[in-house]
Each structure stands twice: as structure tokens, then as C-alpha cells.
Write a protein that binds this ligand. Structure first.
Ligand SMILES: *Cc1c(COP(=O)(O)O)cnc(C)c1O
Length: 484
């Protein structure tokens, strides 16, 4: 009897316990960041390993926070890939930073659902303000409007659906497709898979997504785009939207925006610009050439959650015509009508979901804590580190750079003189990548360029330093020595 009384827990955590555990968690977080390099960057667990260590049913009685934290350490943490490790060079980064984490804690504490202005005026107005800051920081057209979405995927879907509604005068929203639309969407063969997904969801059908060839720098060929558009028009299709990419995911290829924009103007085609990673580089004047012609575009997205030190999720979506966006997504059931409707930004009408997190807060914290100059310095440092690594690879007789380095991504392969066969080089580089990742010391991923297996190394993690890149290079060099 005594025992069972002791084991029975309070119904809910009380403020006293919360304060205690919150301090412990903050200490845990600070220790984690300090010791992050001690963990294998890429999680080394096997499929179902975590699943099988977890109980099959939820606990009937509440458990102690000490025990929950213990299991977090022992069961969950080994199954985490440490994206915030400065030895993370894979995919594109999904960065965080100290100020971002602080703001995210506050966002969780407020727990505000920011669907309309009235449900938290400060959230709506801070969002409007920081989107305007970003417009200035990136030199975007000052007359545009910005809104924070969860992901670039959602932003691109918004662009596709808005283009559809503008062209049909909102008829698809009202009555659905008639079957006679025959819309065509264009992107390069290197555009992100979220375009394919958006085309599927928006109801165009993947058959109507036209993939345009790229040149030797992995950039869309505008002559091929024009030819495809003209051929489609002659067959009775309606070219609806072109998605141009600044910084393709495979290789950071940069589509020639100005020429593409002129083609879109000529044929009255919606131009959406996907700059998920590379958009951050637009805060650097030396990279603004990428955006030449952007004023002719209709929509633009980039992810502060990739390379602007704001933890996932935070995607900045900008449009030329705010009304087109709002009229596409607006809904106004009785229970959402307010006295301020129409006078303020009710962001539920600016995208897909009704419910919205207070994402502007972390962006505000980050921009203020770093300052624009601080952000610029960090990005320039990353780019410089990529440049230095590229130089080392160039000077090494057995490394091959596989495409032009545009920003902070180096695409390379190991190519010893005694191997000429392509399939052997592919296998060799694949096994090098797996060996590197199995060390747990660094994490890289791959892509294919002209069907060659290529290793990608991106330098964009918030707190990465020259020493980390140097160590990664040493590890790559020692790994190729041992593989032969
Ligand atoms: C990462 C990426 C996306 C997808 O971003 P999400 O925010 O995860 O949807 C889209 N386009 C490009 C070019 C990307 O690199």
C-alpha cells in the first residue's frame, strides 16, 4: 500500500517542478552544443532499433521527468543525426543558432496559434516587419509582400495554385478542372522534387511538368525553355508557370533569371523563383547578380531555416501581387469574422494551413542578435572556407571537381590515375562516402552529375570553422589512402 502510494504521481506537472526541469533542460541544451562533436554526426542506428526499444503502449500513469530525460538520452539521442554539428557537411544545412533556440523556447511557451491578426496582433505585425527587413536585406523589390511559410515546398505549391487561379479567373477553385485546361509547368532537369510534388497536388499532372535541359554549369538552358514553350503553344497547351532555381539542390546551379524572366513576360507566364538555400547569399552585394531580373518574377521563396541560422521551420515567401495570393486562399467562415477583417494581415489567407506557428519571433531574434553585418560575415566565411577547400582539391592530382562552385558547395570525386572506367569510379566514390560517414566524424552526401557519382560537401553549418573543414579534408585524404 505504502509503495503504491509512493509510485503514484501527481496528475500534472506543477510550476515548481517546471522551473526545476526547465533549468535542467537548458543546461542539457548548453552541454549538448558544447559537446556536440563527441556524437557520431550521422546516426549509426539500424532500422527499428529505436522503435524496438520503446514500449508498445502509452504509460497508464504519469512518469517522472527524470526517467523521461534518461530515455531521451539513452534511446532517442543515438537515433539523432546531429544537424547542428560543425562536422555536418551533408544535403543543405538546416541551421539553428543560440538566439534561434531561445526564441523557439519562448514561442513554445506562448503557444500562440497565429492564424489571424486578432489571435496575436504582435505575431502578425512582427511578421510583416521582419519580412520587410528581409526584403531590404536581400534587395528584393520593395513593393513586394512577404509571408512566412513552413517550407519552400508549401511556398512553391502556393505559387502554382495562385498561377492556376489567376489564369482561370478563380474558376478551378470554384468549379474544379473542366479537363480543357492543358496547362504546362516548366523547370530544369535539376529543379527540386518539391516542384514535382506541387504539380501533382495542384492537379496539373506530372505529365505536364516539362523538364528543361541544363548547361554544363547545371543551369537551365533558356533556348531550350523557349523552344519547349513554343512547341507546347503550337500543340494547344497553355504554358502557365516556370520555376527558376537559384542554387539547385544537387550542385547549386544558378538558372539565368533575367533571360528566363524575359521569356515569361513575352508569353505571359507566371515566374516563380526557388532560392531555398542560395537566397540567403543575396544579403551579400557580391551575389546580387544572381537575382538580376527578379523584379519581373511573380513569386520568390528562400529558407532562413537553411542558411540563415533560424531553426526549422521558417520559409520566407514573397509575392508581387498580394491580392492574387489572398484571393486564391481566402476563406471566411462566420467563426473567423472579426472587426479588423480587411484592415490587417490575417495570414491564414496567405497560404495553405489555417493554424500558424509564431515563426517570426526566432527570425527577429536571429537578425537582431547577429546584425546584418554579422550574418554577412558568417556567410562570407563559409564561402571562403569552401573556396579554400576547392583550392586544395584542385592542387591534388587525384581529385576532380565535378562542376563549377557557385557558392558554398564543393562537388568532387576521387579519381586515381590508374582507374578509367566510369562504373569503377562510381563504386569507388560510393564506398569512400560510406566509409567517411561510418566514421561518425563527418557527414557528406552525394549526387549525380551527367550520371557520374559525385560527393557533395557543403560548408554552411552555423558554428563551423576552418579547423573543422581542415579535419574533414585530412579524413578524406586518409580514407582514400586506405581504400586502395
Ligand atoms: C531544400 C530545397 C527545397 C525544399 O525545401 P523545404 O523547405 O524542405 O520544402 C526546395 N527547393 C530547393 C532548391 C531546395 O534546395
Amino acid at each position: 500500500m505504502f509503495l503504491s502510494l509512493n509510485l503514484r504521481k501527481k496528475v500534472m506537472m506543477n510550476p515548481y517542478d517546471f522551473r526545476k526541469h526547465a533549468h535542467q533542460v537548458v543546461d542539457w541544451i548548453a552541454d549538448y552544443f558544447e559537446n556536440i562533436e563527441k556524437f557520431p554526426v550521422k546516426s549509426q542506428v539500424q532500422p527499428k532499433e529505436v522503435y524496438n526499444r520503446l514500449p508498445d503502449s502509452a504509460p497508464e500513469q504519469g512518469e517522472s521527468m527524470d526517467k523521461i530525460m534518461q530515455d531521451f538520452q539513452n534511446i532517442i539521442l543515438p537515433g539523432i543525426t546531429h544537424w547542428q554539428s560543425p562536422n555536418f557537411f551533408a544535403y543543405f544545412p538546416a541551421n539553428s543558432s543560440y538566439p534561434s533556440v531561445l526564441a523557439e523556447m519562448l514561442t513554445a511557451a506562448l503557444g500562440a496559434q497565429c492564424m489571424i491578426w486578432e489571435t496575436s496582433p504582435a505575431a502578425a505585425e512582427l511578421e510583416e516587419k521582419v519580412m520587410n527587413w528581409l526584403k531590404q536585406m536581400l534587395s528584393l523589390p520593395i513593393s513586394w509582400y512577404g509571408v512566412i511559410q513552413d517550407t519552400a515546398s508549401s511556398s512553391t505549391l502556393c505559387a502554382l495554385i495562385t498561377a492556376r487561379e489567376i489564369y482561370t479567373n478563380f474558376a478551378v477553385n470554384k468549379s474544379g478542372f473542366t479537363g480543357n485546361e492543358k496547362f504546362r509547368i516548366y523547370g530544369s532537369s535539376e529543379t527540386h522534387s518539391s516542384i514535382d510534388k506541387g504539380v501533382k497536388i495542384a492537379g496539373f499532372g506530372l505529365d505536364n511538368l516539362v523538364k528543361i535541359q541544363v548547361d554544363e554549369n547545371q543551369a537551365m538552358r533558356p533556348d531550350a525553355l523557349r523552344a519547349a514553350i513554343e512547341s507546347d503553344i503550337s500543340k494547344g497547351f497553355k504554358p502557365l508557370c516556370v520555376v527558376a532555381t537559384l542554387g539547385t539542390t544537387g550542385t547549386t546551379g544558378i538558372d539565368p533569371l533575367k533571360v528566363i524572366a524575359e521569356i515569361c513576360q513575352k508569353y505571359k507566364i507566371w515566374l516563380h523563383v526557388d532560392a531555398a538555400l542560395a537566397g540567403s547569399a543575396l544579403i551579400l552585394p557580391e551575389y546580387r547578380w544572381m537575382a538580376e531580373g527578379l523584379d519581373m518574377a511573380d513569386s520568390f521563396v528562400f529558407n532562413p531555416h537553411k542558411w540563415l541560422f533560424t531553426n526549422f521551420d521558417c520559409s520566407a515567401y514573397f509575392v508581387k501581387d498580394k491580392d492574387a495570393l489572398i484571393n486564391t486562399f481566402t476563406i471566411l467562415p462566420e467563426y473567423l469574422k472579426t472587426k479588423t477583417t480587411g484592415k490587417v494581415n490575417d495570414y491564414r489567407d496567405w497560404g495553405i494551413a489555417l493554424g500558424r506557428r509564431f515563426r517570426a519571433l526566432k527570425l527577429w531574434f536571429v537578425i537582431r542578435d547577429f546584425g546584418v553585418q554579422g550574418l554577412q560575415e558568417r556567410l562570407r566565411y563559409h564561402i571562403q572556407l569552401a573556396e579554400e577547400l576547392e583550392r586544395k582539391m584542385k592542387e591534388h592530382p587525384e581529385f576532380e571537381l565535378m562542376t563549377r562552385r557557385n557558392i558554398n558547395l564543393v562537388c568532387f570525386r576521387y579519381h586515381p590515375k590508374n582507374i578509367g572506367a566510369e562504373y569503377e569510379l562510381d563504386q569507388l566514390n560510393e564506398s569512400i562516402l560510406h566509409k567517411l560517414n561510418a566514421t561518425g566524424k563527418i557527414y557528406l552526401t552525394h549526387t549525380r552529375i551527367k550520371n557520374h557519382y559525385v560527393i557533395r560537401l557543403i560548408i554552411g553549418q552555423t558554428y563551423v570553422t576552418r579547423e573543422h573543414v581542415e579535419k574533414a579534408w585530412q579524413l578524406i585524404c586518409s580514407t582514400i589512402k586506405n581504400i586502395r
